[in-house]
Write a protein that binds this ligand. Structure first.
Ligand SMILES: [Zn+2]
Length: 270
């Protein structure tokens, strides 16, 4: 989730103060969620500026990371059930630099994301899918996902089949083949995948990931995390009943919680 002001719409302005944490906790309690993790986008923080080449990221890369980290740590000290995380765009070829930039902070977990590939947007402009076509976009996305998994930088992969965001997909055979290749690489890496309800609010109108992708992940023993990807308090825990149903249908009976990057499994209905 992303720490924002309390606004009615989908996305409030950044609000990295401990006071902004409380509405998320209230909303989580109301949704029956007993622990939440903030995973602000890494590209908002000027400390990570050397990693970015895309205007979308560079324009946003102006905030100090310390108030964000301090707000979440202070909320923890006050006894609120929150964790400190970050949603980290995978910068291929810059793994060691990424690791060094992230190292100073006491993360509970780090999400790995792919929003851009060589300057083209998976879910933003200029669109990868319009530039290279559907099949190539999907192939390049899943290749990047496998590399992100193998980088050792991340604990879980957010919205793992984000490339479907616009509802444009290759034929089902190719899609399944890409799911299987990715599941093999992810299983070998030991990283988890995220089941996210955010896709329901996007043009594709589906959970991330696809049921087939999740099923092949489960068959290979890949653990899962669960997310609403809330960009405001009102979305915390949104549609978790559907996430739980998807997890059950793929054969999962536990989800993963992280503390200081140590994973443990808890029962899905616990
Ligand atoms: Zn994301």
């Amino acid at each position: 989730m992303h720490l924002r002001g309390d606004e009615e719409g989908e996305e409030g302005p950044l609000d990295h103060r401990v006071e902004a944490v409380e509405p998320y906790v209230d909303s989580a309690r109301a949704a029956g969620v007993d622990e939440i993790c903030f995973t602000e986008h890494v590209y908002y923080f000027r400390q990570t500026r050397p990693l970015w080449e895309v205007p979308y990221q560079i324009e946003r890369c102006v905030y100090d990371i310390e108030p964000y980290v301090d707000a979440v740590l202070e909320a923890k000290r006050r006894g609120l059930p929150v964790k400190l995380g970050l949603e980290v765009d995978y910068a291929r070829g810059r793994e060691e630099e990424s690791r060094v930039l992230l190292e100073p902070y006491p993360w509970d977990y780090l999400l790995g994301s792919i929003h851009f590939i060589e300057g083209l947007g998976v879910d933003g402009e200029p669109r990868l899918i319009d530039t290279v076509g559907v099949d190539a976009a999907w192939q390049r996305y899943f290749d990047e996902l496998a590399a992100a998994a193998g980088s050792g930088l991340f604990d879980s992969l957010s919205h793992p089949d984000l490339v479907k965001v616009y509802g444009r997909r290759p034929d089902r055979e190719l899609e399944k083949e890409l799911h299987e290749q990715a599941a093999v690489a992810i299983a070998a890496s030991g990283v988890a995948v995220e089941v996210s309800t955010a896709g329901l609010r996007k043009p594709v109108g589906e959970l991330y990931p696809d049921p087939h992708f999740l099923e092949v992940c489960r068959q290979r023993g890949v653990p899962v995390t669960v997310a609403s990807d809330a960009h405001g308090p009102s979305l915390v825990g949104r549609d978790f009943d559907l996430a739980r149903a998807l997890l059950r249908s793929a054969g999962y009976d536990t989800i993963t919680l992280f503390e200081r990057r140590q994973a443990r499994q808890v029962p899905l209905d616990g």
